[in-house]
Design a protein around this ligand. Structure first.
Ligand code: NCD
Length: 263
């Protein structure tokens, strides 16, 4: 597996690399795009062509939207998008869906609060797309007014038979929720530091806010967290984010096996 990371990563890279090694495979890795020929002006297309000769499968994370797709067009091996800028992060969503099913026992008719950066978070973009395949969800989209989900995505969810409630208050939403999916404000996607600073501390979920929560609540987060979940939540029975990250290993093992056409 060629593991090509042009953006920072801890979980995603380690999960894919551990998954490949546990399946008995090996890895050629690019931990920082800065050390590759991309710095000399090599295009993603050429990197794709070259990697196809060195590996049987590639995993790529890159800051540009549609970069994984471009890379895949010029590769002759299966390519996994591990995050293309603010656009998509599909393997994270597979593990999120797998985790939701594991924690809740089903994937239809859930009340899901998605909180934080609904504008730039690629994990949210991808998760919404997958959840929409299931039936009759109620989405509470909870964000600062500057970080709302794109109107076309909201309309698309409604057209697919889901109820959507957009609001700013996390406290008011909590008693209704089966899932809280917290996200980090994506500092690296803002045009100015001031714009980031004005929204970065808007949400901080702490244990005291969970008093009215439903018994079956699962608190999830793709991680890394910055300040949006206080550490006093970590040993609450609803806190599932570390388990969620761990489940990502098995989902990636399954994904690699499937994409390589192995049994
Ligand atoms: C996410 C990402 O990179 O988009 N992290 C991850 O892959 N688990 C979320 C984030 O960085 O906020």
């Amino acid at each position: 597996m060629a593991s090509l990371f042009f953006e920072p990563s801890t979980r995603t890279r380690f999960a894919f690399e551990s998954a490949m090694q546990r399946l008995g495979g090996s890895i050629v890795t690019l931990e920082s795009g800065a050390s590759s020929s991309t710095k000399k002006g090599e295009t993603l297309a050429d990197t794709g062509r070259i990697m196809s000769g060195y590996a049987d499968i590639a995993v790529i994370r890159h800051p540009q939207k549609n970069s994984a797709e471009e890379f895949a067009q010029f590769s002759s091996i299966p390519v996994i998008n591990a995050g293309d800028g603010p656009n998509q992060h599909p393997s994270q969503s597979l593990l999120d869906i797998y985790s939701i099913n594991h924690f809740q026992g089903h994937l239809d008719g859930l009340t899901i609060g998605i909180v934080g950066d609904l504008k730039f978070s690629r994990t949210v973009n991808s998760l919404i797309k997958l959840l929409a395949f299931y039936k009759r969800h109620t989405f509470y989209l909870i964000s600062h007014p500057n970080l709302k989900m794109a109107a076309e995505t909201v309309n698309w969810l409604k057209k697919n038979g889901h109820q959507v409630i957009e609001m700013e208050s996390l406290k008011d939403a909590i008693p209704h929720l089966d899932i809280i999916y917290m996200t980090r404000v994506q500092e690296e996607r803002f045009e100015s530091r001031e714009a980031y600073l004005s929204v970065k501390d808007h949400y901080r979920l702490d244990r005291s806010q969970l008093q009215d929560a439903k018994k079956n609540l699962s608190i999830m987060h793709p991680l890394p967290r910055v300040c949006e979940i206080a550490e006093d939540v970590d040993d609450h029975p609803a806190a599932k984010y570390f388990e969620q990250a761990h489940l990502g290993l098995y989902v990636r093992m399954a994904l690699i096996t499937e994409m390589l056409g192995l049994k």
